[in-house]
Each structure stands twice: as structure tokens, then as C-alpha cells.
Design a protein. Structure first.
Length: 263
């Protein structure tokens, strides 16, 4: 076989040229990622410093700043590698239909995120239930809504599922009422009602207006009592727990009194 001549000078020149381009592209990628993170943090801090700025809106807009910086960095990297922006735009235009079909679920989540941002049915810190998931809103991004459950478990729900399903916001209104059922023996029903009403009137979590209601809803033995009391939204779980504990301890005290032998 005839020997193939190798021009080491040309190969060295190409290696230096493309190696320099790749090194520059790598440095630009590192710098772009760092700048995107710094820009997101700075934008978030500045937005929160503005008056009447919602935390959810600030987080959403700062994430858009991050993606914008990454897009600029990507164009710069392609220029360094040698891909012209006009050629890139032409390729993206030709592939836009295929990309849109392939990513229609992702794009729908992003569009739902924009709608959630515009209409703001909830805010960071609200307690909501959506799609069978219940928890406190921690964050809203372009694609996901992050919830934290009562046992501190992270739940990520695609924005499309959040926007397309019925949602319950437990924190929307400042006051809520607690309703629970209490049982009492037939001969002790009136005394139970008086004790529960006294407990509610002394409890600082209970609002005086509208006044709490304790009434009989059944007959027989035991008798079922319906208890309703208004409280601040943040105190709902605490009041329900205190009420159940009071009724339980009262019932145990009555059982101990009945078990004691008469003197």
C-alpha cells in the first residue's frame, strides 16, 4: 500500500484552532451557568425588595431571568464553536413543529405555570389541596408546583395538573369554622353541652362572632352532639385538636367518677 502523507503542520493548526474553540465554549458554559444562577438570585432579591411584590411572582420572574441568561450563553457558545446564529434559527424553525409535538406536555405545564402566575389562585405559604395532594405551597416554577405535606414530605405536581383540576385553598380567607361530632350519654348530654360551651368561650382561639354552636343532632344512647366554632385559618388544626382532647379527657374523668364506689 502506498503511504498516505500526513501533514503534521495542518493537523497541528486544526487541533489548536478547534481545541481553542472547544476550550472557549467550555469556559463560556461554566461562566453562563454561574451568571445565570447569580442573575436569578440578584433578580429575586431585588424583586422582593419592591413593595407589594408577591413571593410567588418574584420566584417565577427570577427563574425567567435565569433561563434568559442561559439562552444568551447558548447562542454565544454556538458562535464560538462555529455555528452561525442564522443557521441555528433556520434549523430551529424547521424543527419547531416536531419539538412542539414531542414536548406538548412540557409546554402545557409551562403555559399553566404562566396562568397560575397571572391569576394567582394561591401564594407561597398557602395550604391547598389539588389532585388528591394536600400541603403547604413552597414554590412555583415554570413546570412544577412544590408542596410540603404535614409530615414534611416534598410533593411536586406538574402545573398542568394544578391548573386543570379543582383546587381547595384553605388559606384564602382569614377565618374558618371547625366542626366536629361529640358523643355523650343520654343523662349527661346537657352537662356535656354546658362544659363544651364553657371550654369554647374560654379558648382564645375561638372567635366570639359568629358565636360557637353546640347542639344535639340525634337521639338514643349515646347522643351525638354537633360542635361548630369559628377561628382564624391558621388555628384550625390546633383548635380541633384541643377540642377533641378536652372532650376525651372529660369522658375519661366521668368514667373514673362512675367507677368509684359510692360512700
Amino acid at each position: 500500500m502506498p503511504d498516505i502523507p500526513v501533514d503534521f503542520a495542518v493537523m497541528t493548526s486544526l487541533a489548536i484552532r478547534y481545541g481553542t474553540n472547544m476550550l472557549g465554549a467550555l469556559l463560556l458554559a461554566i461562566a453562563g451557568i454561574w451568571l445565570a444562577g447569580a442573575a436569578e438570585r440578584t433578580a429575586h432579591r431585588l424583586l422582593l425588595a419592591a413593595r407589594h411584590m408577591d413571593v410567588t411572582v418574584a420566584g417565577f420572574l427570577s427563574s425567567l431571568v435565569r433561563y434568559a441568561v442561559l439562552a444568551v450563553a447558548l447562542v454565544a457558545i454556538l458562535q464560538v464553536i462555529g455555528i452561525q446564529a442564522t443557521s441555528l434559527i433556520a434549523v430551529l424553525g424547521a424543527a419547531s413543529l416536531a419539538i412542539g409535538l414531542a414536548l406538548q406536555g412540557t409546554l402545557s405545564n409551562m403555559a399553566a405555570g404562566v396562568m397560575l402566575l397571572l391569576f394567582r389562585p394561591f401564594r407561597v405559604g398557602d395550604h391547598i389541596e389539588v389532585g388528591g395532594k394536600n400541603g403547604e405551597v413552597r414554590d412555583l416554577t415554570l413546570f412544577f408546583t412544590e408542596l410540603s405535606t404535614a409530615d414534611n414530605v416534598q410533593v411536586l405536581i406538574p402545573n398542568g395538573s394544578v391548573w386543570g383540576n379543582a383546587m381547595t385553598n384553605f388559606s384564602k380567607y382569614p377565618n374558618r369554622f371547625v366542626e366536629t361530632k361529640v358523643t355523650a350519654r343520654n343523662g349527661d348530654a346537657d352537662a356535656t353541652i354546658q362544659d363544651v360551651q364553657a371550654f369554647l368561650s374560654e379558648n382564645q382561639r375561638v372567635l366570639s362572632s359568629p358565636p360557637p354552636i353546640v347542639k344535639k343532632v340525634g337521639y338514643g344512647d349515646p347522643i351525638e352532639l354537633d360542635v361548630k366554632a369559628w377561628t382564624r385559618a391558621a388555628d384550625t388544626d390546633a383548635l380541633r385538636y384541643e377540642l377533641v382532647r378536652f372532650v376525651t379527657e372529660r369522658a375519661k374523668a366521668k368514667e373514673r367518677e362512675a367507677a368509684q364506689p359510692a360512700e
